[in-house]
Structures are given as structure tokens and as C-alpha cells.
Design a binder for this molecule. Structure first.
Ligand SMILES: *[C@@H]1O[C@H](CO)[C@@H](O)[C@H](O)[C@H]1NC(C)=O
Length: 269
């Protein structure tokens, strides 16, 4: 099976806020806009059980306070409380203040694994590539091909890993000014609406799930076993030492009984 590229018409459905989601340039570009009453979102037509999903995103420019742009994979909510999810969420900010990139991993319904970062570039002036790499051994979050976070498969230590439920790709732009920016103190400035985020060059090297046979067909590649090599470990250390602003694994106040098991392992397995 070939690697699927770009065309948003072919790979995605607009799931809400219809006229605020627009596919342009013959399927090469997708824009979401947020107005006072509502945002918009889209979802992949296919489901995947493992893959490397790349999306280029240009975030809301200027005063993006109160806006949240998401890019994530999730098992169907219809499967109930045991859902799996791997999240990128971009929390907007006042002009001149940095976006916060919020990440989380849910396995078997359990999340509470937030890590947040600032970025080393302005994500609003150009497209940058955000990647969810998800294979049977680990999940790697990458920004412009630089690993920023790893979540290893530690099932052997009793930590559930998302490896049984197929997931769809989702993205949305919505109003979260009750919490997103500086804890909800900074509200969206609706005189600046609509707020717009743009997407291009979607790429999936992945195992596409076939619901009728309950099996998947994979595009083989390095992604299937990819981990961090020495260069990757250097880069993730650089990101985590300079740009990590919150890590659940070091939040002892939140976990007075001790941080979760996965936090006791090397972060970059
Ligand atoms: C917004 O900017 C402030 C000040 O630099 C920073 O502390 C915060 O992490 C930024 N992000 C959000 C979402 O508030």
C-alpha cells in the first residue's frame, strides 16, 4: 500500500462547523476558522492501528488568546470509557506571548500524562510539521522531525499501551478561553475573529484498519520500529531541558503517593 499524501478531500471529512472548515487548492490546503459562536473540526475517513502521521500546521496568528488548535488520534468515543488517545493541543496566547504545546497520552481511558512545551520558533508565520509516531513499542511526538516526547510501551510493568484499538485522526479549532490562556485569565478578543489555522501536506505511513475483516494493512517502513538513536536522544534532551514547561512526572504535589510507574523509567526508551 502506498503512503497516502495530502489530498484533504480524499482523506478527511469535516465533522463540525461546516462552513468554517474549507478545503482549497484542489485538496492541498485546509483551513479552520473560529468565530465567536463556534469553531470547526475534521476527522480522517480511515482508522489506523499504528502509524506515522505527519501534518503541517500554521497556527492562528496575532492575538490567539483563548483559542485551542488540536491535532490528535483517538479511538472512537463510542467504545466508551476505555478509549485511547494521543494529543497535540496548541494553546493560543496574547500577541507576543508564546503558544503552549500541550501533549497527553490516554491508554485504556486513563490520561493525566500531560507534558507542555514552548516552541523554539513562532508557529504562526510558517507551516511546521507535527508528527505522531505510534508503533508497537513506543509513541514519539515530533516537531519538525525533532523528538520532543516519548511514551514507551511498558505493558510488562502494568502500564496499558494503546495497541488494541484503531484510531482516527482528528483536528479542531475551538474557543477555550475559560481555561486555555494563562489559566483562563486572558480571554479571546472577538473583535479579531475569525481566527484561522491552516493545514497542508498530510502524510500517513500507517496500518489502515479494515473494520469488516478486523485486520490492518500496513505501509512498511522504518516507522514501524523507530526509536531514538543517539542524535534523537541529544535532540530530545535539548528540547526537554530548554522548552519543557510542565511534566506530570515531576509534579509531586499532584501525585503525593508517588508519580506513575512510567515516570520511573528512562524517559527516552
Ligand atoms: C502565554 O504566555 C505566558 C507568558 O509568557 C506563559 O507563561 C504561558 O505559558 C503562555 N501560554 C499560555 C497558553 O498561557
Amino acid at each position: 500500500m502506498a503512503i497516502s499524501e495530502a489530498n484533504f478531500h480524499q482523506h478527511f471529512d469535516v465533522t463540525w462547523g461546516h462552513h468554517r472548515a474549507q478545503i482549497k487548492d484542489g485538496g492541498q490546503l485546509l483551513t479552520l476558522s473560529l468565530e465567536k459562536d463556534s469553531g470547526a473540526g475534521f476527522q480522517s475517513k480511515s482508522q489506523y492501528l499504528f502509524g506515522r502521521i505527519d501534518m503541517q500546521i500554521k497556527l492562528v496568528a496575532g492575538n490567539s488568546a483563548g483559542t485551542v488548535t488540536t491535532f490528535y488520534v483517538s479511538s472512537p468515543p463510542s467504545l466508551g470509557p476505555n478509549h485511547d488517545e494521543i494529543d497535540f493541543e496548541f494553546l493560543g496566547n496574547s500577541s507576543g506571548d508564546p503558544y503552549t504545546l500541550h501533549t497527553n497520552v490516554f491508554s485504556q481511558g486513563k490520561g493525566n500524562r500531560e507534558q507542555q512545551f514552548h516552541l523554539w520558533f513562532d508557529p504562526t508565520t510558517a507551516f511546521h510539521t507535527y508528527t505522531i509516531l505510534w508503533n508497537s513499542q513506543r509513541i514519539i511526538f515530533l516537531v519538525d522531525n525533532i523528538p520532543i516526547r516519548v511514551f514507551s510501551n511498558l505493558e510488562s510493568m502494568g502500564v496499558p499501551f494503546p495497541n488494541k484499538q484503531p484510531m482516527s485522526i482528528h483536528s479542531s479549532l475551538w474557543n477555550a478561553d475559560d481555561w486555555a490562556t494563562q489559566g483562563g485569565r486572558v480571554k479571546a478578543d472577538w473583535t479579531k475573529a475569525p481566527f484561522v489555522a491552516s493545514y497542508k501536506n498530510f502524510k500517513a505511513e500507517a496500518c489502515i484498519w479494515n473494520p469488516s475483516s478486523a485486520s490492518s494493512a500496513c505501509s512498511p517502513g522504518a516507522w514501524q520500529t523507530q526509536g531514538l538513536d543517539a542524535a534523537g536522544r541529544n535532540r530530545i534532551r535539548w528540547v526537554q531541558s530548554k522548552y519543557l514547561i510542565y511534566n506530570y512526572c515531576t509534579d509531586r504535589k499532584r501525585f503525593p503517593q508517588g508519580v506513575p510507574v512510567e515516570c520511573k523509567q528512562s524517559r527516552f526508551l
